[in-house]
Design a protein around this ligand. Structure first.
Ligand code: ARG
Length: 490
C-alpha cells in the first residue's frame, strides 16, 4: 500500500464506524479531499483548542485527573514541536484534527480515545479558524498601526512641500505633502478599524457546539472560552458550526487594508514618473529593466496593487463559498482554507513592503512647487478672496474665470497677469486678492476643519498618531498563541 493508504490505516479510521463502511476511503479521494496540507498552518491553534478542551473535560468530571494530565502534557509537547517546526503530520488523514488525535492515541493508547468527548470536528475547525483569524488580525492591526505612526512622522517632516491635489487626475488645488500623507493615513486607519472589528467578531468560542446541536454531556463551555481568552461563547450551536462570517469579515478587512495601500501605491507610481516628477525613488527600492538601461521602476508599489486584487479575490471566494449553503455544517466550508490562510501573510506582506519602500521616496520640492506656481490651481483661492470682500460667489467665480481666460489669451501664467489686467475685468481685484496666487499662501489660508492650513494638518497628524496608538493597544490586548499555551498549561 502507498504511504497515504498506510496513514489512513493507522488513524484514518477514527472518523469511520461500521455504519460508514468497512473499508477505507479510496486513497486518491482521501488525498484529494483532505484539508491537512492547508491545516498544517494552524496546527498550533488546533492543539491549543484540544488542550483547553481537556482541562474543561477534567473540570466537569468527564476525565480523570491522571488522564487529563497525560493528554495535556502530550498535546503541549506537540505544540512545542510544532512551534519548533519538528512536528510531523503524515499525509493520509482527512484533516489536522484527525492527525493530532491519531498521534495522541499512538502516544497514549486508550486514553487518547477520550479526547473527542462532547466535541465534533465541526466546532473544532470553527475554533481553530477563530483562533487563527484573531491572531492574524491582531498582528495585522499592529503592523498597520506601525505604518500609520510612521506616516504621521513622515507627514510632520513634509509640511513645507507643496504640490497639487488632483480631481479627475487633473491638477486641482495646492496642498502640502503632509496633508496628502494624512489623507493616505485616514483611509488606512478606516481599514484598520475594520480589522479591529474582525478581531472582535472572531472572538467568541464555538467549542462545545458539537456537530450541530450541543451535547447531553455536562460540559462547561465557558472554561474553554476563558482559557483561550474569548470574550464569550457563541449563542446557537447550529448557527455556530455553519458560520464563516468571521472569515468573510477577515478577508474583507484585509482587502480594505490592501485597497488603501493600492491607492497610495498608484499615487506613488504616478508621482515617480517623469510626467509628474514629484517623488524620487531610492535605489534600494527601485527595480531596473533587463533591457532598458535607463529604467528605475516602482515595481514594489505595482506589486502592492496586485496583492490588493488577490485580497479582493479572497473576499469574492468567501462570498461565493457561503452563498446558498443550507443551514448547518457543509464540507464546502473546508474550501475557505485558501482565502483565510492567504489573507494574513498577504496583507502583512504588503503593509511591510509599503513601510520599507516609502522610507526611500523623496519629494522633489522644486518640481512639486513648480507644478502649482503658474497660479491656475489657485483660481478658487482668488474667487474666495473676492467673496471675502463681499462679492457673491457666482460673481467672483465668473470674474476669476474671465481672468483665467484673459491670461490664456495673452499667453501668460495667471500668476503673472498683473493687477492692471485684473482691474480691467473687475475693480474688486486688488493686491490682497491676487496675493493668494502664491500656493503657500493658498495652502495656509484653508483653515476650515479638515483643510490644508498648517494648524489643521497638525490636528490631522495628531489624530493619525492617536488612532494608531489606540490600534496598537487593541492589537496587544490579543494574546499570542504562546500566551495561550501558557494559560492552558497553568
Ligand atoms: N476538514 C474539515 C474542515 O476543514 C473538518 C470538519 C469536518 N467535518 C466533517 N463532519 N466532515 O472543514
Amino acid at each position: 500500500p502507498s504511504k497515504m493508504a498506510k496513514g489512513a490505516e493507522k488513524t484514518g479510521g477514527i472518523a469511520r464506524t461500521d455504519a460508514t463502511g468497512r473499508v477505507e476511503m479510496i486513497p486518491e479521494l482521501l488525498a484529494w479531499s483532505s484539508s491537512l496540507p492547508h491545516d498544517r498552518t494552524f496546527v498550533r491553534e488546533d492543539i491549543l483548542g484540544s488542550a483547553a478542551h481537556v482541562t474543561m473535560l477534567r473540570k466537569v468530571g468527564l476525565l480523570e485527573a491522571g488522564d487529563a494530565q497525560k493528554l495535556r502534557a502530550s498535546l503541549l509537547a506537540m505544540y512545542d514541536a510544532a512551534a519548533a517546526g519538528t512536528l510531523v503530520l503524515e499525509d493520509g488523514e482527512e484533516d489536522v484534527h484527525m492527525a493530532i488525535e491519531g498521534l495522541l492515541t499512538r502516544d497514549l493508547g486508550d486514553i487518547g480515545k477520550r479526547l473527542h468527548t462532547a466535541r465534533s470536528r465541526n466546532d473544532q475547525v470553527a475554533l481553530d479558524l477563530r483562533l487563527h483569524v484573531r491572531d492574524q488580525a491582531a498582528r495585522t492591526l499592529a503592523d498597520v498601526a506601525t505604518l500609520a505612526t510612521e506616516l504621521a512622522d513622515r507627514a510632520s517632516r513634509e509640511k513645507d512641500v507643496v504640490l497639487p491635489a488632483y480631481t479627475h487626475r487633473q491638477r486641482a488645488q495646492p496642498v502640502s505633502a503632509a496633508f496628502l500623507i494624512c489623507a493616505w493615513s485616514m483611509q488606512l486607519l478606516r481599514a484598520a478599524d475594520v480589522v479591529a472589528q474582525a478581531v472582535t467578531r472572531a472572538n467568541e468560542s464555538p467549542l462545545g457546539s458539537g456537530a450541530c446541536s450541543g451535547t447531553s454531556l455536562p460540559i462547561d463551555r465557558s472554561v474553554v472560552a476563558h482559557l483561550l481568552s474569548f470574550s464569550a461563547v457563541t449563542a446557537n450551536a447550529l448557527d455556530t458550526i455553519g458560520d464563516r462570517d468571521f472569515v468573510l469579515d477577515w478577508t474583507w478587512a484585509g482587502a480594505r487594508v490592501l485597497l488603501a495601500l493600492s491607492r497610495l501605491s498608484t499615487d506613488v507610481i504616478d508621482f515617480t514618473t517623469s510626467e509628474f516628477g514629484y517623488l524620487r525613488i531610492g535605489d534600494a527600492v527601485a527595480a531596473g529593466s533587463s533591457m532598458m538601461p535607463q529604467k528605475k521602476n516602482p515595481d514594489i508599489f505595482e506589486l502592492v496593487r496586485a496583492k490588493a486584487s488577490r485580497g479582493v479575490g479572497n473576499v469574492m471566494s468567501m462570498l461565493t463559498l457561503v452563498r446558498g449553503l443550507p443551514t448547518g455544517y457543509n464540507r464546502d466550508f473546508q474550501d475557505d482554507r485558501q482565502a483565510v490562510l492567504d489573507t494574513g501573510p498577504l496583507v502583512r506582506g504588503a503593509t511591510g513592503a509599503v513601510r520599507a519602500a516609502i522610507a526611500h521616496l523623496t519629494f522633489d520640492r522644486e518640481r512639486c512647487l513648480a507644478s502649482v506656481s503658474d497660479g491656475s490651481t489657485q483660481a478658487t483661492d482668488i474667487a474666495e478672496a473676492l467673496v471675502r470682500k463681499g462679492m457673491p460667489f457666482r460673481e467672483a467665480y465668473k470674474a476669476t474665470g474671465q481672468l483665467v481666460h484673459l491670461a490664456r489669451e495673452r499667453n501668460v501664467d495667471l500668476a503673472s497677469i498683473g493687477l492692471e489686467a485684473a482691474k480691467s475685468i473687475n475693480s474688486a481685484f486688488d493686491e490682497a486678492v491676487l496675493a493668494v496666487i502664491d500656493p503657500r499662501i493658498a495652502v495656509a489660508a484653508k483653515k476650515s476643519a479638515g483643510g490644508t492650513a498648517p494648524e489643521r494638518v497638525e490636528e490631522q497628524i495628531a489624530w493619525v498618531r492617536a488612532a494608531a496608538t489606540e490600534l496598537g493597544y487593541k492589537a496587544s490586548s490579543v494574546p499570542t498563541l504562546d500566551d495561550l499555551r501558557r494559560a492552558v498549561e497553568a
